[in-house]
Design a protein around this ligand. Sequence first.
Ligand code: CA
Length: 310
Amino acid sequence: MARAARPLVIAHRGASGYLPEHTLVAKALAFGQGADYLEQDVVATRDDELIVFHDLTLEDTTDVAQRFPGRQRADGHYYCRDFDLAELRTLGVGERLGADGRPRYPGRFPGAGGRFGIPTLAEEIRFIQGLVRASGRIVGIYPEIKDPGWHRAGGIDIGVKVLATLEECNHGGMRLPVFLQCFDPAELQRLRSRCDPALPFVLLIDSAAGPPSSGELERIADYAQAIGPSLKLVCPRWTAGEGQATTLVADAHRAGLAVHPYTFRRDDLPAGVAGFDELLHLFLLRQRVDGLFTDFPDLARAFIDRHLPG
Ligand code: CA
């Protein structure tokens, strides 16, 4: 089982509570804040390069609409897959906007605060290898294959290309700890036989799917080492300061799976939760999850060091 002695702090898109998501500065800050793993979401460009970017579309976190007017599809969206890497390199990345065009998390990094770009997956891994080399502190990477079926329909086998990029970056470089994550179970099953059997896979599970049964967890354990459920699947309700948890964590542990729920945000707490530490207390001390995805790696690090000293 891919369970660590202490719960892992996984920096969700970097220290994205403090700097725009998936920028190298957000990864550097998360590294400095003591994260154990730095997350990469991976999508493909028109010229089949892999970039670290969360959405299939560009407009919610970049200035694409200003720089490339008219390049949207009929649905009004600007797709990463419709732009070459050289074009994407000209974009500025900023804080995520909501559907109303205003910052999704208003207290975060201000829009005029800097100019940041989109890294490729290989660039980001080299960057992290550099941080590890310069500091002597190990950190892992945690790439997510985004929408493999959608990418395959568009002519690229993104899962195989992610594996190849990991291999290339290992070659002659530093071998960092890795978890490979995806929402698509068929993709992980397909890739299982195509990579190092020791590479741990994480099946992501969103809240709409509902918690998997014990039988389903056993089948997942045939090809994955961990699940990454929405935190709502672990604790769907809070009443009077008490989390009403499901049996998911215990069931997954019985099936031999580690549990890394998402997403822990100080500025977006589940309804009924009084504070971030209360949320961490339930998941880390009572449910005993094996790691968590957070936009605030410094806060999770401090909580773990205080309550679960190594
Ligand atoms: Ca992700």
